[in-house]
Design a protein around this ligand. Structure first.
Ligand SMILES: Cc1ncc(C[n+]2csc(CCOP(=O)(O)OP(=O)(O)O)c2C)c(N)n1
Length: 330
């Protein structure tokens, strides 16, 4: 038995520090976006806060040079781990021409970047599941040793697309990993009103695949589950459903007031388990992080977010006639 949990999982000190930095970068970009929204500078924010550990832990277990991801709107941790930058995300937040995903057309949170194999998505929730299953089918047909990874919220696991996608993946034993980020709410609807079964992962049985529930505040637990799922997938043993349980620390989006449907005590309680704090404590316990290094990292990330904000704010919008590009008929 290894002294440190991450060593037991085959992760180096450098890799876990890199995980922490990616989680922190996601958090800091997200916090800045709220400020920009409240200052009237960007139109919309949909947060990753509370879900960074699951997103980054999962991404580090994938092959970030080859695998495909179909993220959902909260997955800032996933897309940063797969190569998007603070600047890319800010350009999208400000809807500027240089936004790598859509030239300013997509809503914020609708990530996408072809060069990093990040599939862009639609606003109707869960549409990304059949897309990811299609990528996995292509990988199997082309005999490539890659997986496709798709995420969604637990509320979205009630949509038809979830059933269609997972059933097809189960029948054809496709290399797709589905991770449901269970943050306990679907806008104002609490988990008790969303599912009749106990856990989202119980649903895996109906699709003939393993289903596991892990602590979504623990990046190492999520890493372990996704790594195992990836190993099975590339061996030809088929798909896996993973449920990562955490808590949505912000309102659903910049456009709702969560005080109308949940108690502030509940949010405060969840903040005690915030992975940014608990993972930093772990890294300090095992001697990888010190208060001094943490301060330095915070400073570096702060600078990065400042530069990205300034760049995106000053970047040009698309020309109005660009709205006619990429349409079938104009
Ligand atoms: C098909 C569809 N129905 C409704 C909506 C409106 N909507 C956007 S997000 C959301 C809640 C989704 O909750 P969940 O899947 O739990 O994800 P979370 O936002 O909590 O991360 C809803 C109902 C939508 N975008 N698409």
């Amino acid at each position: 038995m290894s002294k440190n949990r991450h060593e037991g999982l085959g992760l180096t000190d450098e890799q876990v520090l890199d995980m922490f930095k990616t989680m922190l970068l996601a958090r800091k970009i997200d916090e800045r976006m709220w400020l920009l929204n409240r200052a009237g500078k960007i139109p919309f924010v949909i947060s990753c806060q509370g879900q960074e550990a699951a997103q980054v832990g999962a991404s580090f277990a994938l092959d970030r040079e080859q695998d495909y991801v179909a993220p959902y709107y909260r997955d800032m941790g996933v897309v940063l781990a797969f190569g998007m930058t603070a600047k890319d995300l800010m350009l999208s937040g400000f809807a500027k021409n240089e936004d790598p995903n859509s030239g300013g057309r997509q809503m914020p949170g609708h990530f996408g970047q072809k060069k990093n194999r990040i599939l862009t998505g639609s606003s109707p929730v869960t549409t990304q599941v059949p897309h990811a299953v299609g990528v996995a089918l292509a990988a199997k047909m082309e005999k490539k040793d890659i997986v496709s990874f798709v995420t969604l919220g637990e509320g979205s696991s009630n949509q038809g697309d979830f059933h269609e996608g997972l059933n097809f993946a189960g029948v054809h034993k496709l290399p797709v990993i589905t991770m449901v980020e269970n943050n306990k709410y679907a806008i104002s609807v609490p988990i008790e009103r969303q599912l009749a079964c106990e856990k989202v992962s119980d649903r895996a049985q109906g699709y003939g695949m393993p289903g596991v529930t892990v602590d979504g505040n623990d990046p190492l637990a999520v890493y372990e589950a996704v790594k195992e799922a990836r190993d099975r997938a590339v061996k030809g043993d088929g798909p896996t459903l993973i449920e990562a349980v955490s808590y949505r620390l912000t309102a659903h989006s910049s456009d709702d007031d969560d005080r109308q449907y949940r108690e502030s005590e509940e949010v405060e309680e969840a903040k005690k388990k915030d992975s940014i704090i608990t993972f930093a404590s772990y890294l300090k316990e095992v001697g990888i992080l010190t208060d001094e290094v943490e301060k330095e990292i915070n400073g570096e990330i702060g600078n990065l977010v400042n530069e990205a904000t300034d760049y995106a704010e000053n970047a040009p919008y698309a020309d109005p006639e660009d709205a006619l590009k990429f349409v079938y008929e104009a």
